[in-house]
Design a protein. Structure first.
Length: 726
């Protein structure tokens, strides 16, 4: 469905009106004390298929840098329901709004940069900024990203992190909990909720080269505390460190109404408008013609590589949801909700085909006049507990429907606009671009799911989780003349896990999970262009342990994922054939030491192979996966200066193969980041000053998007922020 300008204006008026109502209520002292390529829209040059615990912020309470040991993060696991993280047989990473503020994070790549299982696939100021790989597998754009558990088609989208209370990463396969998705994991954004007491916070920030930002966060309750609201407004504008220009507006509103003591109505709305001018995408290599087994030496991330004067990328996101939560009794509750999201985009950007180690490349201008998607979901879940003799059952059952429609332009361009050298001054390359193109429906999928799980607790030490999900899945692919090809499947995806709790706040587990993911659409330059591939099956076995204590915490996991492989064969067909096997080890922990020191470490080791595939890659190591990553942080709360804290982070990423044929490596690198914050009061108001310096040594390095695609790593970057509680 096409989004009209009128809808955008109406939504903006709605957000503004709600903010005005909230402000009036506060002022009156109301009782508010309280190209088409595989899986993504992008260039016509095909890209392979894309598919901490911290104490939550509490209104008007002194802000903590990090709270360890006593925090009990809750995991919202889709069909699994809500559980304490330590009681789940999965590896989970939770980042709260307090940590987002402390680290001045505005991109998903930086948000998850402290987890060694995660690799960022894009620069902050490109349309791959949102993209990450987890456990070697790119997250699924169709189903890998959620807002409050509801799906969002994530291609090219960088969500406004200022609007979220937590962001949770569930690592590995999760077919039972969310239906179709890639086995790398699921990222679930949890919106900020109404506060019990009236709050009004303002912060302003700066980052290299000259990007300024402003943010307002206000909440409370009105009308005898029946209605609650939480409003966040953000603006960001300026020149980035690589010569691009960013301008962003976002607004979010969360409201609820306590209809009765046991019945709560909730609604959320998010809108973001983000535009980048001077946009440069990624370098890429054709392994059959590239004359070396090494990349050129990396250049500084400060360099402006943009040659086409009209380069730009514009994205808009709209998310709406509403639901009811009914506490039926002390043991049973029911939730039902509906969500609707749309994102639409246009771009003109360069992709750079590297010719040799001397840094020479051909610049290709890729355009997308306009494209968008429409995603809807309705879901109902019943959760409850009961006993059969001495055995306790925690039951979760429900049903869900979701539908996704994608629209693409009938006309786009992908043209060579001239040669450049990355080490030399960039020569401007003007080009006449036709941005007038109608759109056509390219894709439609529908999923109907039924799910049931039971966590059986035998005694205080042993429990068993078993779940099963039935999905009726249909996807229709359309060409420009509306000719349709259909694929249908009705999988049953199980999950089973055995949990052992030897002592309080310790869990040892073994789990098996099965998942299916969308096959994606083949890129235009393959012989089977625009073909929609069948869904891919994955199986995962994981063994892990979690322990939480007052002054320390440790989690570890061993996993093995077997996944259907997709690649271009020697006849230039992009196919689903054979398997990829991923095996790895994760270890995450922290310890609080005397004199205000806290040590945090995240370590990841992974290996992956192609099996039963085309002979040209049979037995090869999978590309774009570092064998070893480690992120170490030391934080100190300065004893003799109340309110002052400082952190140092060291990030090491090992080298990795740059392509499936294992012809060239992407070198490893080490980054040092420094951070400090100072909390004080001015009158009756809390004030926090923050400063961070990333990549202190200004290390030049290559980041990786996917096989044969890589980007220039971010340079030394300064982040400054001041936050006021009014």
């Amino acid at each position: 469905m096409k989004i009209s300008t009128k809808k955008i204006v109406l939504f903006g008026t709605f957000i503004s009106s709600c903010g005005m109502v909230a402000s009036i209520a506060q002022a009156q002292g109301a009782t508010a004390d309280a190209a088409t390529y595989t899986g993504k829209e992008g260039p016509k040059r095909p890209v392979p298929l894309r598919k901490t615990p911290v104490q939550p912020h509490k209104a008007r309470q002194p802000e903590a840098v990090e709270v360890h040991g006593t925090a009990t993060p809750v995991f919202s696991g889709g069909a699994l329901g809500s559980k304490r993280e330590i009681d789940t047989p999965f590896s989970i990473r939770t980042v709260t709004s307090a940590e987002i503020q402390e680290r001045q994070v505005k991109s998903l790549s930086r948000l998850l940069s402290q987890d060694a299982s995660v690799v960022s696939n894009g620069d902050t100021y490109s349309f791959n900024a949102y993209s990450v790989t987890v456990r070697g597998v790119p997250l699924d754009d169709y189903n890998g990203y959620k807002i409050n558990g509801a799906p969002l088609y994530m291609t090219t989208v960088e969500l406004p992190l200022e609007s979220f209370e937590t962001v949770q990463l569930l690592k590995g396969a999760s077919g039972y909990m969310y239906g179709f998705n890639a086995p790398g994991g699921i990222i679930n954004y949890q919106t900020k909720k109404p506060t019990e007491k009236r709050t009004f916070e303002v912060d302003t920030g700066y980052s290299s080269g000259a990007v300024a930002s402003e943010h307002i966060d206000t909440g409370g309750r009105v009308l005898n505390r029946v209605f609650g609201y939480r409003l966040n407004l953000t603006h960001e504008k300026g020149e980035t460190y690589n010569g691009s220009h960013v301008e962003r507006y976002s607004g979010s509103l969360g409201v609820d109404a306590r209809i009765t003591r046991n019945l709560l109505w909730t609604a959320d709305a998010i809108y973001q408008d983000r535009k980048i001018r001077g946009l440069v995408q990624d370098f890429f290599i054709d392994p059959q013609s590239y004359p070396s087994t090494q990349l050129p030496d990396a250049i500084s991330g400060h360099k402006d590589l943009n040659a086409y004067p009209g380069s730009m990328f514009t994205s808009h996101v709209l998310f709406l949801s509403t639901g009811l939560k009914w506490k039926i009794s002390d043991s049973w509750k029911f939730r039902v909700y509906y969500s609707h999201s749309q994102d639409w985009r246009s771009y003109q950007s360069e992709w750079m085909s590297l010719n040799n180690r001397a840094g020479e490349y051909d610049s290709y201008l890729s355009t997308d006049p306009r494209s968008w998607s429409d995603y809807n979901q309705a879901q109902g879940i019943v959760e409850g507990s009961f006993h059969t003799g001495f055995v306790k059952h925690d039951l979760s059952l429900g049903a869900t429907w979701q539908g996704l429609t994608k629209y693409l332009p009938t006309h786009s361009e992908y043209v060579n606009i001239g040669s450049q050298n990355m080490y030399a001054p960039i020569i401007p390359r003007p080009w006449a671009v036709n941005n007038d193109s109608p759109v056509y429906r390219n894709y439609r999928s529908d999923q109907v799911g039924l799910f049931l799980s039971d966590t059986v607790t035998f005694d205080k030490h042993w429990s068993l989780l078993a779940g099963v999900r039935y999905t009726n899945f249909q996807q229709n692919s359309y060409n420009k003349t509306d000719v349709k090809s259909t694929y249908k499947v009705n999988p049953v995806t199980p999950t089973v896990a055995l949990l052992y709790h030897p002592v309080r706040n310790m869990t040892v587990y073994a789990s098996y999970v099965q998942a299916l993911e969308n096959g994606g659409t083949v890129g235009d330059t393959y012989k089977n262009a625009r073909q929609t591939l069948p869904p891919i099956r994955s199986d995962q076995v994981e063994v892990g342990a979690k322990v939480t204590r007052r002054t320390w915490e440790l989690t570890g996991a061993l996993y093995r994922i077997t996944r259907g492989a997709q690649y271009a064969n020697t006849d230039n067909y992009y196919v689903s054939n054979g398997t990829q096997v991923y095996q790895g080890f994760e270890l995450n922990g922290h310890v609080t030491l005397p004199l205000g020191f806290v040590l945090t470490d995240s370590l990841g080791i992974e290996a992956s192979k192609y099996k039963k595939t085309d002979p040209s890659i049979q037995g090869n190591t999978a590309e774009a996966i570092p064998t070893f990553q480690n992120m170490f942080t030391v934080t100190n709360t300065i004893p003799h200066v109340p309110g002052l804290s400082a952190s140092a982070e060291v990030h090491y990423t090992g080298r990795m193969w740059g392509d499936a044929t294992n012809l060239y490596h992407i070198p490893g690198y080490t980054l040092l980041n420094l951070r400090a914050s100072y909390r004080t009061t001015l009158g009756k108001h809390r004030v926090t000053f923050r400063a961070e310096l990333d990549n202190v040594a200004n290390t030049h390095y290559w980041g990786v998007l996917a096989s044969d695609y890589f980007f220039v790593g971010a340079p030394r970057t300064v982040y400054l922020n001041a936050r006021f509680d009014l």
